[in-house]
Design a protein around this ligand. Structure first.
Ligand code: ASP
Length: 339
């Protein structure tokens, strides 16, 4: 509670300064994954842990914006906190592949010029979001995968933390893999293309979107993917326009949910296009794509988004999504279930 109050005060102060100095408003939104969630399954203590982790990430990102920093840096700062928090399926808390490995995907995009960096299937980088920034800033390429991504990363040993793949082993994710594989065996060992909508262990991904005082938008997303995913599977997160997208002309967006559907629907670029060509507001466009188009396809998903005026929307078609925001007026909000 005290932390929320502190963040709100800083945000209010920021708003007052912005008005005085005539700099633009700032805002940030984050998510920690969408999926099937039942309030009955979560005790108060656990719920409080999620809220505290979301607040910490919001605070890290908002502090950058409050200091006049860039939205890209704010997104990176917020995601770094979420990647280090084992509660979420990204970085430290990543889920396991069917082979019992952790293969991490991430992306970062700059709304100013559509510049971007992305990685798929990395196993030794503690904070994949930091690697995406280096790919964006220091390479002529956009997307690196696996061993090549780690080879590129070796050029930046001072900026990145390398870890043993064992670093990503957490007992609760290991147990989720065992459970998923038991379920699969019960269904005749068949390699299911559908994610079981009722299964909590499939949950995951973290993301952040921000608007800075210069009016620039940025988006980032990071994930361990889906529990029991097959070796080498790459999800929507590093595919620009699917799980991560930012464009100053429309919005900054980050998705979570069943990656195969999010990719096939090119979800975030679609939302941006509905805004640009359909002349819809961010809220209308995101609601249409998440709650109509994806629902018709059968894709479970959630999206967080912010536009150039600081409007924030966070639609999801699942029963919950870990999420939070600090809007342009300094209102701080964290939530888990549908309201
Ligand atoms: N979208 C992620 C993926 O498919 C997983 C998730 O957000 O739950 O890799």
């Amino acid at each position: 509670m005290r932390r929320i109050l502190m963040i709100a005060l800083i945000a209010l102060f920021m708003t007052a300064c912005a008005e005085a100095e005539d700099v633009g408003p700032v805002g940030i939104a984050i998510h920690g994954g969408a999926g099937t969630m039942d309030p009955e399954d979560m005790d108060e203590e656990r719920e409080a842990e999620y809220h505290a982790a979301l607040e910490e990430a919001l605070e890290a990102g908002h502090e950058v914006l409050a200091d006049g920093g860039e939205s890209l840096d704010a997104v990176q700062a917020a995601i770094r906190v979420l990647e280090d928090e084992p509660l979420f399926n990204a970085g430290r808390g990543s889920v396991f592949t069917s082979d019992g490995e952790n293969e991490l995907d991430a992306a970062l995009m700059d709304g100013r010029d559509l510049n971007a960096g992305a990685v798929a299937g990395v196993r030794k980088i503690r904070n994949p979001i930091d690697l995406t920034r280096l790919i964006m800033d220091e390479s002529p390429h956009v997307l690196f995968s696996g061993a090549g991504a780690e080879r590129f990363a070796e050029n930046f040993e001072d900026e990145l933390e390398f870890v043993d793949p064992e670093f990503f082993h957490t007992d609760h994710r290991w147990e989720q893999l065992q459970e998923a594989q038991r379920e699969e065996a019960e269904q005749g060992g068949e390699f299911r293309s559908e994610r079981n909508p009722g299964s909590e262990h499939a949950l995951g991904t973290v993301g952040a979107v921000a608007l800075d005082a210069e009016g620039n938008l940025a988006a980032g997303t990071s994930t361990g993917g889906m529990t029991n995913k097959r070796f080498g599977r790459i999800g929507d997160v590093p595919i620009l326009g699917s799980g991560t997208y930012a464009n100053n002309e429309t919005a900054a967006l980050s998705a979570t949910g069943h990656g195969e559907y999010i990719m096939r629907a090119v979800t975030l670029h679609d939302i941006s296009s509905v805004m640009m060509y359909g002349e819809k507001s961010l809220e209308e466009a995101a609601d249409y794509v998440v709650n109509e188009k994806l629902v018709d396809m059968g894709g479970n998903a959630g999206v967080i988004a912010i536009d150039g005026e600081g409007n924030i929307t966070m639609p999801f078609n699942t029963s919950g999504m870990y999420r939070g925001s600090i809007d342009v007026d300094g209102n701080v909000k964290t939530a888990i279930f549908a309201e």
